[in-house]
Ligand binder design. Structure first.
Ligand code: SAH
Length: 250
């Protein structure tokens, strides 16, 4: 049976996953590198759930521990992100089919964005896990989208798939998001962990997938929008997507 690593940066982004694991049976909690790894089951799947904390180093270190210490077969990241593309709005869900580090620049020695000595800038998520996440997200929106839109005064939520860009920067200015759009016109969303996870998983040939709910649009309103969305809504989205996803891969 597959052992799935599920990670997020912040507690709200895991939703009720750890509670669901406790409800499903025994959970062993292991502390390593100042992180807690919860080992158990959720919705019929063997799961190791953990919080990476924020940023690329945190995500890479956590992914590495999930692979080497906990021997997971695949890793899914769930969390929030800033919308970059003009069509991506607060309350939408973005599945990262490919991921790139927008703050990586070893030019002129290597092309902009390329990971030195790895000869690539874009890292692909696993297509079948990404498909399963997209179906779970679509079914969550079909079931609960209009209620969510009304409750939280967001537009009717939509699911997008494509490029997610990651960097060690909370993008929260109009110039910042416009610069990202200019430099990377395909980018749908910006966050701080996904591409680091994707690089580590590529290096170890472990499938990974990233699902992000849009908490803000990476502009001057981002700090307030992020804080409000994280507390009020992020957990509902993560729980709703994860339950459908886990039931489908079980
Ligand atoms: N001030 C916040 C820090 C949040 S960092 C705090 O004290 O908790 C933002 C987190 O959400 C990161 O984990 C990142 O992956 C994601 N994120 C959401 N919106 C983002 C944006 N506009 N730019 C970068 N990351 C964003």
């Amino acid at each position: 049976m597959t052992m799935l690593g599920i990670m997020a940066a912040l507690p709200q982004e895991l939703g009720d996953l750890v509670a669901q694991m406790h409800a499903a049976g025994a959970v062993e909690t292991v502390t390593l590198g100042q992180r807690e790894y919860h080992v158990g089951h959720a919705h019929g799947v063997r799961v190791v759930a953990t919080l990476a904390r924020i940023g690329k180093v945190a995500a890479a270190a956590t992914a590495s521990a999930l692979i080497h210490v906990f021997k997971v077969d695949a890793i899914v990241f769930t969390g929030v992100a800033g919308g970059v593309h003009a069509n991506v709005r607060v309350g939408d869900i973005v599945i990262g089919d490919t991921l790139l580090q927008h703050d990586l620049d070893a030019s002129p020695l290597f092309p902009r964005y390329e990971v030195p000595l790895l000869a690539r800038s874009h890292f692909a998520a696993d297509p079948s896990f990404s498909d399963a996440l997209a179906l779970a997200a679509a079914s969550f929106i079909a079931d609960e989208g209009s209620a969510l839109a009304e409750r939280f005064a967001v537009h009717a939520p939509r699911v997008h798939r494509g490029l997610i860009v990651s960097g060690d920067r909370f993008v929260a200015s109009n110039e910042g998001v416009l610069a990202l759009r200019d430099a990377l016109p395909d980018a749908l969303a910006v966050e701080m962990e996904g591409a680091a996870l994707a690089q580590v998983c590529f290096e170890h040939a472990v499938p990974c997938a990233v699902v992000r709910t849009i908490s803000d649009t990476a502009d001057a309103a981002a700090p307030e929008s992020f804080a409000e969305f994280l507390v009020a809504i992020a957990g509902a989205y993560s729980s709703g997507i994860l339950v459908r996803f886990l039931r489908s891969v079980h």
